[in-house]
Design a protein around this ligand. Structure first.
Ligand code: NAG
Ligand code: NAG
Ligand code: NAG
Length: 361
């Protein structure tokens, strides 16, 4: 397995070297997480790609393939073609094969360049998304990534490590079906997890305007150039350091306790909060399936514990919290690995493809 990963990383690196993608302007970069459920109401959101199962470059032309190309383009694996008024063709060409390889890499699938059944079922699964692929996002040998330019927070002049970042909740843009104290508890735990591994403290403040990290729930167009899309789809987005905006889509059914919330589309607030705080700190997405920063989250599932990959990624930016011990992490990874079968099964149902989108704000 390890060798396979090594091989994949190498291949991916080589691929990137030749990836014909022009550089995006590096600006503030919101990173989003999206989930689309499998219920019937949302099935129509994505084309049925089942019929492409087994296709590869030798298949040449397959009717409707352009729809799949649009999907890949939507999530950052393909660029819009020149000519033909920007329409994709139905040809399984080299560029498309490269996109499939990149996708398989990013999602931790076997790298075949073919639309094998694992790849198709991952594509067809509920998903999470924004774009994944940008040169600055990819680290050749590790699995975690950063925003372009590797931005991080810096201690304000005159103050020492550990630095303290303040966070505040919007006074006007919140949800009312979860109590404010429950929301605070969720965020307290989410921030504490990250604070336990790096020399950064987080402190809640009442002053939203001046807080480093500003948290709110917004619907549709909310003024940052990245409108939310209603139920499911995009769940939340966060901006790269040192912007600090952390927005949740108010249209989702947010849950802190699945025993109390029956909706099939319920989304665990703490899991998304923990993931988004990773972005706030400067992490991009990880290809490690168990990592918090993996771009995928099933509805009605929880993924809140930082994994080795998350920890290594964030510590490479900020250094280690002196009280942090890797041994505690090993123990929790070993015990959590026992539940792996379950994790894999549920991830068939929801895959979050997180796409890094470069917005010019
Ligand atoms: C997709 O199409 C296949 C046949 O081409 C069908 O068996 C399958 O049920 C369809 N899946 C969905 C989700 O519509
Ligand atoms: C490109 O797609 C648009 C919208 O689907 C269509 O109207 C147009 O005719 C297409 N152009 C070509 C050259 O296929
Ligand atoms: C979490 O709550 C505890 C107890 O109220 C407090 O001491 C701590 O500073 C809080 N942590 C964060 C990150 O808000």
């Amino acid at each position: 397995m390890f060798l396979l990963l090594r091989y994949c990383s190498f291949f991916f690196f080589i691929f990137l070297c030749f990836y014909p993608r022009s550089c995006f302007p590096a600006r503030i970069t919101p990173e989003q997480i999206t989930v689309i459920t499998t219920d019937d109401t949302h099935k129509s959101t994505w084309f049925n790609f089942t019929r492409f199962k087994g296709a590869d470059k030798d298949s040449h032309v397959i009717n409707g393939m352009s729809e799949l190309k649009k999907y890949f383009q939507r999530f950052g694996y393909l660029s819009i073609p020149d000519g033909q008024d920007g329409n994709f063709t139905d040809v399984y060409d080299n560029q498309f094969e490269s996109a499939v390889i990149l996708y398989q890499q990013k999602l931790g699938l076997r790298v075949t360049g073919k639309l094998d059944s694992d790849t198709i079922s991952t594509i067809m699964s509920p998903r999470c998304g924004d774009t994944d692929t940008a040169p600055g996002m990819i680290h050749a040998t590790k699995h975690f990534t950063y925003f372009d330019g590797k931005p991080r927070w810096n201690a304000k002049s005159g103050s020492d490590m550990p630095m303290t970042l303040t966070y505040a909740f919007s006074t006007s843009d919140m949800i009312n079906y979860i109590s404010s104290s429950e929301i605070r508890t969720v965020f307290n735990r989410s921030f504490t997890r990250w604070a336990s591994v790096i020399p950064v403290n987080f402190m809640e403040t009442e002053d939203y305007e001046s807080a480093d990290i500003r948290i709110g729930f917004f619907g549709r167009d909310h003024g940052d150039g990245e409108p939310f899309d209603g139920v499911l789809g995009v769940l939340a987005h966060a901006f790269s350091p040192e912007n600090g905006r952390l927005h949740f889509d108010e249209a989702e059914t947010w849950a802190v306790d699945f025993n109390k919330v029956k909706s099939k589309a319920a989304v665990d607030l703490e899991s998304v909060a923990t993931h988004e705080i990773g972005h706030i700190l400067g992490l991009g997405h990880s290809s490690v399936k168990d990592a918090v920063m993996y771009p995928s989250l099933s509805p009605r599932s929880r993924k809140v514990d930082l994994k080795l990959d998350d920890v290594k990624g964030v510590q490479a930016l900020y250094g280690s919290n002196p009280n942090f011990k890797f041994s505690s992490l090993w123990e929790s990874e070993i015990s959590s690995n026992k539940g792996n079968g379950l994790v894999c099964r549920s991830s068939k149902w929801t895959f979050a493809l997180v796409v890094l989108v470069f917005f010019i704000l």
